[in-house]
Design a protein around this ligand. Structure first.
Ligand code: GTP
Ligand code: SPV
Ligand code: MN
Length: 627
């Protein structure tokens, strides 16, 4: 083995293991590690066991390397600042590689650039990976992370092994997933999803690090090989690019498995809602990145009649059980949530959750050792000094740049959330009675409407659009198509995904959930939100709850069923809301909407679009035209 020009005698792999026991690894895992040690050439190996001692060690290493610092005002909380070039998911560098292109992306109309995923041939991907991975971990430790998506041992759960050269990833995976010995025991010599990750900065470094954050933005690639059950991610240490259990496994590979095995892997929160009579339901909701899932999942209801509980805030794995009920589990064990906008006023449950054992990334810090971001202005004293995420010492809003990066995040254990649902780790999952779609729609789209039936609901999911956010590299606030909030996360051809969703209406005896669309983000002429949002969204959940119970409180409109006048409970609403404006459906706007959606389907999904979806679009068009 090369070692700075000197040769040293052959080292057995077991002797490279500085933490953990090589012989504790099942044979299949040993082979996977061995192959990649040979390829990536790390100096040492750490086999994660999920223990507290290990956590202390990871935090020690991260501090020693200047990647995190303690936040003394809080309890076991840490601040990481990344290289400013590595702050979000990189969709343009995210690929799915299959033999057959059409398995992965729809065949687009002639001359059009596809926007529903990036495909690469296995040969081309091999070339790309071979340019990057050989020797990529030189001078670093390889962490071997056995993790379970879903409660360990649940029939709905799945196991992965992530190999990474980032202690930040190892520490974050411990929060976001279930890690350690129990997972290995459950796995035995079974198959697992192979997840290889490197920050792409071997020693000696080619370029100096920024903020002590190793990464390689020029060479970043996030690759999925569903036919080999593999994920290879290189060059980024950031969230969705590096915590491979999350978007790469639970959504992209998960959606492929789901189609094959008859279930659904979705970018959805799961919440429980219980009224004062003790009647309880569970809803799932898909909003695009940075569009309100975490906030809805742990909201404090403004209606005193309801109690909300949280099952999950980002991903749902759902399967119809033998009684035809749709059951959902949250495959994660933590929240990787957007920091800006989180406050005691908007999301007190999140504030309580993140007060301890939390890793913050790219937020600002206060002179008394706490955290700060946009939205916390009212919750720090005027004498506190703020240091921005970029390290500007005496930060002031007047300087024109945000204190925290708009996609700054907290990584925190779900178990700490005061309103976790008592069944959030139930291996059977919870029964879903309503599915809610939504997005940031500044214009034209009412607060809530209901699908006429399952097929219409699938159409509504397919036609979702939303203003771009900072969760990925998109720059301006354009309205993007984001079907099912899954555009960046589809593991396979979106046309086939639609067929999969539609297939459930053909099956006998399924209790298909009702489907809704919500929009908390409609704006008035002055650019202000028309609806107060957050806890007040419970008023919409209440209406949905009553609809699911069969209450006659809706009226038909061209786009779906709307709350009958007076049926939305507005008791105690502090703000003056122009309900007529909030629920208006401007005919011209919707005529244009129908046209845009038609063009999108025709260009992007083209021959892969199921005829049922086109039929729904045509019916909508006819209803809008006769408004
Ligand atoms: P990802 O983690 O990226 O998938 O995002 P998410 O869907 O979980 O979004 P999140 O709940 O973190 O909200 C994103 C941003 O939207 C935050 O800044 C919130 O404060 C803001 N937000 C959430 N809900 C509402 C709402 O009801 N009204 C308004 N005006 N803003 C909201
Ligand atoms: C999202 O972008 O939808 C997230 C954050 O939840 S990330 O983990 O980076 O994907
Ligand atoms: Mn998300």
């Amino acid at each position: 083995l090369g070692n700075g020009g000197f040769t040293r005698p052959y080292q057995s792999i077991a002797s490279q293991v500085l933490y953990g026991k090589w012989n504790d690894l099942p044979k299949k895992v040993q082979h996977y590690v061995q192959d990649n040690v040979k390829l990536c050439k790390p100096d040492t190996i750490h086999i994660c066991d999920g223990s507290d001692r290990e956590n202390e060690m990871l935090l020690y290493i991260l501090q020693r390397d200047g990647m995190i610092k303690p936040l003394p005002k809080m309890d076991n909380c840490w601040l990481a600042r990344t290289d400013p070039k590595d702050v979000a998911r990189v969709e343009s560098r995210t690929f799915i590689s299959t033999e057959n292109m059409r398995d992965t992306i729809p065949v687009v109309k002639n001359g059009i650039t596809g926007t529903l995923g990036n495909w690469m041939s296995p040969d081309d991907l091999d070339t790309e990976l071979n340019m990057r991975f050989p020797g990529c971990m030189k001078g670093r430790t390889m962490f071997v992370i056995p993790f379970s998506m879903g409660p360990v041992g649940s029939a709905l759960s799945k196991i992965g092994i992530e190999l990474t050269d980032s202690a930040y990833v190892a520490a974050s995976m411990r929060i976001m997933t279930r890690v350690g010995k129990k997972v290995l025991k459950t796995l035995g010599n079974g198959d697992f999803v192979k997840c290889l990750h490197s920050v792409g900065a071997p020693y000696p470094l080619k370029e100096p690090m920024v903020s002590n954050w190793p990464c390689n933005p020029k060479e970043t690639i996030i690759a999925h090989l569903p036919e080999r059950n593999e994920i290879c991610s290189y060059g980024s240490g950031y969230g969705g690019n590096s915590l491979l259990g999350k978007k790469c496994f639970a959504l992209r590979l998960g959606s492929i498995l789901g189609r094959r095995e008859g279930w659904l892997a979705e970018h959805m929160l799961i919440l429980g809602i219980e009224n004062s009579k003790g009647e309880k339901k569970y809803f799932a909701a898909a909003f695009p990145s940075a569009c309100g899932k975490t906030n809805l999942a742990m909201m404090k209801s403004a209606l005193p009649d309801y109690k909300i509980t949280c099952v999950g805030d980002d991903i749902a794995w759902m399967r119809f059980d033998k009684d035809g009920k749709l059951r959902a589990i949250n495959p994660e064990a933590g929240f990787f949530g957007v920091a800006p906008g989180t406050s005691m006023k908007t999301n007190p449950m999140a504030m309580e959750t993140i007060s301890r054992n939390t890793i913050f990334t790219n937020v600002a810090e206060t002179s008394d050792g706490g955290v700060f971001w946009e939205g916390l202005e009212g919750e720090v004293s005027r004498t506190t000094k703020i240091k921005s995420w970029l390290g500007v010492e005496d930060w002031h809003a007047e300087q024109g740049k945000p204190a925290a990066h708009p996609n700054s995040r907290f990584c925190t254990p779900a178990a700490q959330c005061p309103i976790m649902d008592e069944r959030w780790q139930d291996p059977e999952g919870v029964p879903i009675e309503a599915i809610i779609f939504g997005g940031r729609r500044p214009e034209g789209v009412p607060l809530v409407y209901e699908a006429f039936n399952w097929q219409h609901g699938v159409y509504i999911g397919a036609s979702m659009r939303s203003e771009a956010t900072a969760a990925a590299e998109h720059k301006s606030k354009v309205i993007m198509h984001d079907p099912f909030a899954m555009r960046p996360f589809f593991g396979y051809n979106f046309g086939h995904y639609l067929e999969h969703w539609l297939s459930f209406q053909q099956k006998q005896d399924l209790d298909l959930p009702k489907i809704y669309h919500v929009n908390w983000f409609r704006k008035d002429k002055n650019g202000r939100f028309m609806w107060p949002g957050f806890g007040e969204n419970s008023r919409v959940l209440d209406w949905i709850f009553r609809r699911v119970n069969g209450e006659d409180c809706a009226v038909q409109s061209a786009i779906g069923n709307l709350p009958r006048k007076g049926s939305l409970n507005l008791e105690g609403l502090q703000e003056d809301v122009d309900m007529d404006a909030l629920f208006s459906i401007p005919k011209e706007y919707w005529q244009k909407e129908v046209k845009d959606i038609g063009k999108y389907f025709d260009e992007q999904v083209h021959e892969d679009l199921p005829p049922e979806i086109m039929k729904e679009l045509r019916s909508l068009e006819a209803r809008v035209n006769s408004m």
